[in-house]
Design a protein around this ligand. Structure first.
Ligand code: NAD
Ligand code: UDX
Length: 387
């Protein structure tokens, strides 16, 4: 018999029912997988799609059959939502439009998805005394204070001007016409609303700020398993270029910096939040890997090398090309310059640390991308275009 699961304080963990909204997405699929394979908890998985969790739903001989139930619904207009939140012990809300190409081109959909559609979820949790784990974003920090200093200022090297702290750093966005910030602003307002529900009405909440979680099943490969016109996040954009043997496009020179964390490391942090409510309630957590920082140009170079290793194909002679943000994303795009998460709070509360290096996480992710898509891309390229 498996040994009993204990929380960080040595108490027995009782099985719970989780209402997971957006369970069919990238993070949701990994979280469902973890909950099914390593815990006794039940999941009510809500989403409009289930392609990324099909392997967990069928066949009904799977060891966790009966512990995961898919409900195809759009939270914008479905009266079943409150009932599902009521029968669960915990709600996790992952549903969102969260691809930067949409923020400036579909700002209304972005604001509705990240703020208006999340409102009833917060309200039902608060009214029914249910715990809520809400997924926000590192984008709520916006730009660093350091980015406003003169280019040659020595203060730019001082962590006080760039490390992002949950309880201290300000949220710095561009002007309203820079519609890129529609997403960050909507996420910030829902964070403030959840925080206020906690303060005034006693809502038990945890807010998660993911810092560029990447890995298998992230987004889609345009023309293969997603919209032919859509633009996914950078991992899928660069994977698509590599799979098609095209140069990787560097937006505005690829000078922006990001820290990338492996999805499997990050999911460990979410599981700790789920199973340690006394340590996670009332907290806002950065979840990222401060050791995996690169410029987007360095990311492109590393992905080119790793892809060549896993596919056995030689890299292009000119592996990258520069493209302006206006050309790539359209009017109203703007960017976060640098994103280093401070890890003090998550370390103190949950003792969590990321483990996987950028090279290793790219190697396992690009092995997956190559195995999953290389054949389909070859066929798509070979297919004559209908006249
Ligand atoms: N992946 C990251 O690095 C990252 C970074 C910062 C924040 N986040 C946040 O984490 C959450 C999950 O992100 P992800 O990367 O898994 O994105 P994703 O797009 O893969 O997943 C979101 C899921 O929500 C579903 N959804 C959206 N609107 C819905 C609706 N109205 N009704 C039902 N389902 C709906 C989508 O179908 C999708 O499956 C989002 O809130 C996102 O803002 C992710
Ligand atoms: O093909 C590409 C795609 C993207 N990029 C650049 O790569 C960087 C990262 O782009 P991503 O698409 O991963 O998106 P960002 O890191 O800017 O934001 C993301 O991070 C936090 C989450 O809330 C969201 O999932 C998303 O907003 C940006 O500087 C972007 O301009 C390229 O240079 N080329």
């Amino acid at each position: 018999m498996a040994s009993p699961r204990l929380d960080l304080d040595g108490n027995l963990i009782n099985p719970i029912t989780i209402c997971m909204i957006g369970a069919g997405g990238f993070i949701g699929s990994h979280l469902c997988e973890k909950l099914m394979s390593e815990t006794p908890h039940k999941v009510l998985a809500l989403d409009v799609y289930n392609d990324k969790i099909k392997h967990l739903l069928e066949p009904d001989t799977l060891p966790w059959a009966g512990r995961i139930q898919f409900h195809r619904l759009n939270i914008k207009h479905d009266s079943r939502l409150e009932g599902l939140i009521k029968i669960a012990d915990l709600t996790i809300n992952l549903a969102a439009i969260c691809t930067p190409a949409d923020y400036n081109t579909r700002p209304l959909d972005t604001i509705y998805s990240n703020f208006i559609d999340a409102l009833p979820v917060v309200k039902y949790c608060s009214e029914n005394n249910k715990r809520l784990i809400h997924f926000s974003t590192c984008e709520v920090y916006g730009k660093t204070i350091g980015s406003f200093l003169p280019k040659d200022s020595a203060l730019r090297q001082d962590p006080a001007y760039y490390v992002l702290k949950e309880d201290e750093s300000p949220c710095i966005f561009g002007s309203i016409e820079k519609q890129r910030w529609s997403y960050a602003c909507a996420k910030q307002l829902i964070e403030r609303l959840i925080y206020a529900e906690g303060a005034e009405n006693g809502l038990e909440f945890t807010i998660v700020r993911p810092f560029n979680w990447i890995g298998p099943r992230m987004d889609f490969i345009p023309g293969i398993d997603g919209p032919s016109e859509g633009v996914p996040r950078v991992l899928a954009c660069f994977s698509n270029n590599l799979l098609r043997g095209e140069p990787l496009k560097l937006v505005d020179g690829g000078q922006s910096q990001r820290t990338f964390v492996y999805i499997k490391d990050a999911i460990e942090a979410v599981l700790l939040m789920i199973e340690n409510p006394a340590r996670a309630n009332g907290q806002i957590f950065n979840v990222g890997n401060p050791n995996n920082e690169v410029t987007v140009r360095q990311l492109a170079e590393m992905m080119t090398q790793v892809y060549s290793k896993v596919s056995g194909e030689a890299p292009l002679e000119k592996p990258t090309i520069d493209v302006s943000s206006k050309e790539f994303y359209g009017e109203g795009y703007d960017d976060s310059d640098k994103r280093i998460p401070d890890m003090t709070i998550i370390n103190r509360q949950l003792g969590w640390n990321p483990k996987t290096s950028l090279w290793d996480l790219l190697e396992s992710t690009l092995t997956y991308q190559h195995r999953t898509y290389a054949e389909a891309i070859k066929k798509a390229i070979a297919k004559p275009v209908a006249s």
